[in-house]
Write a protein that binds this ligand. Structure first.
Ligand SMILES: *Cc1c(COP(=O)(O)O)cnc(C)c1O
Length: 475
């Protein structure tokens, strides 16, 4: 591996931070550096037991390394180990959190100047979604939460924790929420909140948010956008196809938004974010902490979040990353996303052109399960909508296709190409009306091409996949 750029810059910044506290009388801890080094060596060996998530040949799950500046900033903050619960525990890092969250909110068009918002970082997307659904329950007690069957599984579990009724709705064969199914739920009159996923975890499908919002005008409900995975893709509308582009263009009209900087935002784990459009919702978080809110009358972030202790270091890392790579269309960060998106389109193009593979069927207006694209009037659009590609092996039957997918997955791993598997409805691959009633699941191959390097590595990836598929099909 090449030398680590985070190490040198961290050393320098640590000296600067030490100088900030130079006025204090010196104190030393005696540490057994030899023993520590030995333990760290052991840890390094243990960590070798992992897939190489940092390498472009890892193209499986939603995993990529944090940016070196995020890693260095996080490590730097560890000297202080601030707690963003209260200003008493992390003054500077709380201010950095407020700035970092403002930049994310501004990406969605929410600013103090145009109506304000309420938001903070969380330890994960799950907790961020929990806060959104908790708020939904506060505002409409007893009303139902609904999401598509492709919404993240934590939504129904969180709803259980919150004792809110949750209903899962059928998705179309591209993995998107079906508006006809949604509307029949809405007619029942008890839906309080619709969870719209912009970038499903399974296939990167984008729910038709713009059309869901039209229904909100008619039926009245809260719209929560789960952009934990896909939230950042609004920065590259020119790389998206209809209708995903329209969905992203409508995000600013949502009532709440979740995004995970620790997924596509180049952060170490422990960094989710929840945003509410209505700043006045802070009243629901009201509580007293008898032991922390003392040093300042200003807002302590613990007063607007459900969690108590939160890593100030996560805020420092995010702040540093956004200083270096602002969340701007056309900027370096957006170009990285665009490159991932192109990698996915190119892999999908090769799969569709190859008889050995089957890609997801295009949507065809008029077939059951399709939301006719009334407002676009255009025909076939097919996945991938973001940077996640799914495909199957062309086989005589479902069982064979599933077995082969597993075998190709294994043979690729032997070549150091790491893909993922996903179970999807068989009907998604068969563009016929009869297949619509086939509820069986097929095991398929899945690849999340979320690293900017994936585009340049597509040939080595394809070469390994192709060789693995040949072996399986010949065997
Ligand atoms: C990953 C993900 C979540 C859960 O977020 P965590 O940070 O893993 O807790 C929720 N929703 C979607 C769409 C996701 O992709």
């Amino acid at each position: 591996m090449a030398s680590d750029p985070a190490v040198g810059m961290l050393r320098r910044a640590e000296e600067t931070l030490e100088a900030e506290f130079a006025r204090l009388p010196e104190f030393r801890k005696t540490l057994d550096e030899e023993a520590m080094a030995r333990v760290l060596e052991l840890a390094a060996h243990r960590l070798g037991d992992n897939f190489p998530y940092f390498h472009p040949l890892y193209a499986g799950q939603m995993l990529k390394p944090p940016h070196p500046v995020a890693r260095a900033a996080y490590a730097l903050a560890m000297k202080i180990n601030p707690n963003n619960h209260a200003l008493d525990g992390g003054r500077a890092s709380s201010a950095m959190e407020v700035e970092a969250v403002a930049a994310i909110a501004a990406m969605f068009g929410w600013t103090r100047e145009n109506g304000g918002y309420l938001g903070h970082l969380t330890s994960s997307g799950t907790i961020a979604n929990l806060e959104a659904l908790w708020m939904a329950g506060q505002l409409a007690p007893g009303k139902r939460i609904v999401g598509s069957e492709q919404a993240h599984y934590t939504h129904w579990r969180i709803s259980g924790v919150l004792r809110l009724p949750y209903a899962s709705m059928a998705a179309d064969r591209c993995g998107r929420m079906r508006l006809d199914v949604l509307e029949s739920e809405l007619r029942k009159g008890d839906v309080g909140t619709v969870v719209a996923t912009l970038g499903t975890t399974g296939v990167g499908a984008v729910d038709p948010l713009h059309q869901i919002l039209s229904l909100r005008a008619r039926y009245g409900f809260r719209v929560h956008v789960d952009g934990a995975y896909g939230g950042y893709f609004g920065l590259i509308p020119e790389e998206l196809d209809e209708p995903a582009r329209k969905a992203y263009a409508a995000v600013s009209q949502a009532d709440s938004i979740v995004i995970d900087p620790h997924k596509h935002g180049l952060q170490p784990y422990g960094c989710g974010c929840i945003l509410f459009r209505d700043a006045a919702l802070n009243r629901f978080y009201k509580h007293d902490s008898p032991f922390t809110y003392f040093t300042s009358k200003e807002l302590h972030l613990g007063e607007i979040s459900l969690e108590c202790s939160r890593a100030g270091a996560a805020a420092v890392a995010l702040w540093a990353t956004q200083q270096l790579l602002p969340l701007k269309p056309g900027g370096e960060f957006a170009r990285g996303l665009a490159s991932s998106r192109r990698a996915a389109k190119e892999l999908d193009r090769r799969l569709r052109a190859d008889r050995r593979f089957v890609a997801l069927a295009p949507t065809l207006d008029g077939l059951p399960g399709q939301a006719p694209s009334a407002d676009s009037g255009q025909a076939a659009a097919h996945p991938p909508e973001l940077d996640i590609v799914v495909w199957a092996l062309r086989a005589a039957d479902l069982r064979n296709a599933s077995v082969w997918a597993q075998e190709v997955f294994d043979r690729c791993a032997e070549r150091d190409l790491h893909l993922a598997l996903v179970q999807l409805p068989h009907a998604w691959f068969a563009p016929s009306a009869e297949a619509e009633n086939d509820s069986r699941l097929a095991t398929c191959l899945r690849s999340v091409l979320m690293k900017p390097e994936h585009e340049a590595w597509l040939d080595p990836i394809w070469g390994r996949l192709s060789a693995a598929a040949d072996e399986v099909l010949e065997g």
